[in-house]
Design a binder for this molecule. Structure first.
Ligand code: ARG
Length: 467
């Protein structure tokens, strides 16, 4: 709800030198309250910490600080219950809160803004908001990784085709494929934790840009707000939005990973593949085709990446070329981050739900694993290992055998020994041992390879990391 009868003359927070109020268009382009009200809780936390510090350093009286801190709590409950009336004339969340504080407690409200500016205030509020999102991002990734680990554990030895160029390449295990995504989301987790550590410095007390002549204690406010330390340069503190950009770039990379998996789920759940069955809870039907069960959640996750990259690019563009320090351009940081955060959290949660609920179709996976000459490399390796042929020659012989099988319309294990000996007379019965897909995956015991034993040891490692 907005009430703009308030200040049609000059702005009551900064209008001292103004004879007239802003044009309606000026007000519309200038106001951020429509979106920055999402930072109300952070704004109030920052102001409460600032007021406590002003009293502790003797800059304002304990009595005023107490009135301010209490009043701010009242405002928080008004906001939470939806009673609070936002005013566009008051521009942003900072001035809306301060103005309401004046209504509630009178003159002491005017002392809150001592030794700070909206420039350090907004940087602080926004950092606190982004920090909460990094924490939610971390939990979302952890939940998704756990869902993937459960899938990997259930099917650590199920065979399926591994692809390059989306063409059948070599058999792999279901567990191995799930664990590939664990590695990807695990790196995302690492980036989130790095970004959080780097961003955790408090801008509060940098004031407008140059610091303040009041004897403030920035270490105290930093600690009260859970920051590791105050930011060391006041000019940088008010003009830095790297923390938002790091969030958006972490989000972009993660969204890219989500979209790759989403794409696989779309393909895998099709009637042509049938590798997975998605649960009813994470599928939709068609209003005309009764047989349809559509992977909409996966498709939307695949698409969400667009707006998240968009937000990252948009904020990069806003920030490039800005001279130090604060410029109003920077008010354009928030909507992008809010939208990206909302959609990222939704995508992570939807992916986690889909992965938790989906069923890998073991038979279909296994049938597909053996098709497309997927053990041709095993055959070539056998020729090298047993007959001592150079790999290039083994590759060529195998190619001829594949062509033979293709001409016969069968797979490699369906060729007879005499078919094989027609291509190379030294081939023996033992070759058939390596043409089965289970033997093929079991043999890939190199570190990080697809053998079930390797997969299980990676699952154990990740469980330890998360514990
Ligand atoms: N609404 C502004 C923003 O989001 C707050 C800071 C305004 N500072 C100023 N000097 N006008 O960036």
């Amino acid at each position: 709800m907005t009430d703009d009868k308030a200040a049609k003359t000059s702005n009551k927070m900064w209008g001292g030198r103004f004879a007239a109020g802003p044009d309606a268009i000026m007000e519309a382009i200038n106001a951020s309250i429509g979106f920055d009200k999402r930072m109300a809780a952070q704004d109030i936390a920052g102001s409460r910490a600032h007021a406590a510090m002003l009293a502790a350093t003797g800059i304002i009286s304990d009595k005023d600080a107490e009135a301010i801190r209490e009043g701010l709590l009242t405002i928080l409950s008004e906001i939470e219950s939806g009673e609070f009336t936002y005013s566009t004339a008051l521009e942003d969340i900072h001035m809306n809160v301060e103005s309401r504080l004046k209504d509630l407690i009178g003159a002491p409200a005017g002392r809150l803004h001592t030794g700070r500016s909206r420039n350090d205030q907004v940087a602080t509020d926004f950092k606190l908001w982004v920090r909460d999102q990094l924490d939610a991002f971390e939990s979302g990734l952890e939940a998704l990784i756990k869902a993937l680990l459960a899938q990997a554990e259930a099917g650590s030895d199920w065979v399926m085709p591994g692809f390059t160029h989306l063409q059948t390449a070599q058999p792999v295990t279901w567990g191995h494929h799930m664990m590939a995504y664990v590695e990807m989301f695990g790196r995302d987790l690492g980036r989130v934790l790095d970004a959080r550590k780097r961003m955790n410095e408090s801008p509060l007390g940098a004031a407008a840009l140059a610091g303040t002549s009041f004897p403030i204690d920035r270490h105290m406010t930093a600690a009260a707000l859970g920051f590791d330390r105050p930011a060391a340069n006041s000019l940088d503190a008010v003009s830095d939005r790297d923390f938002a950009l790091e969030f958006l770039s972490c989000a972009s990379i993660s969204a890219m990973h989500l979209s790759r998996f989403a794409e696989e789920l779309v393909i895998w759940s099709s009637a042509q593949f049938r590798f997975v069955t998605l649960s009813d809870r994470f599928s939709t039907g068609s209003s005309i085709m009764p047989q349809k069960k559509n992977p909409d959640a996966a498709e939307l996750i695949r698409a969400k990446v667009g707006r998240i990259y968009g937000a990252n690019t948009a904020l990069m563009m806003v920030m490039k070329g800005l001279p130090l320090t604060y410029s109003k351009d920077m008010q354009e940081d928030k909507e992008q981050v809010f939208d990206a955060a909302d959609n990222l959290m939704l995508a992570l949660a939807a992916m986690e739900g889909m992965v938790r609920d989906m069923t890998g179709n073991r038979e279909a996976l296994e049938a597909a694993a053996g098709s497309g000459f997927s053990t041709a490399t095993d055959l070539a390796d056998w020729l090298v290992r047993v007959l001592g042929l150079p790999f290039r020659e083994a590759h060529h012989i195998t190619g001829s055998l594949v062509a033979l099988a293709e001409a016969r319309g069968c797979d490699l294990p369906d060729l007879s020994l005499s078919d094989m000996q027609g291509v190379n007379a030294d081939i023996t019965e033992g070759v058939f041992d390596v043409l089965g897909v289970q033997n093929s995956v079991n043999s890939r015991m190199s570190y990080g390879g697809t053998a079930p034993e390797q997969v299980r040891s990676q699952i154990a490692r990740w469980k330890e990391i998360l514990a």
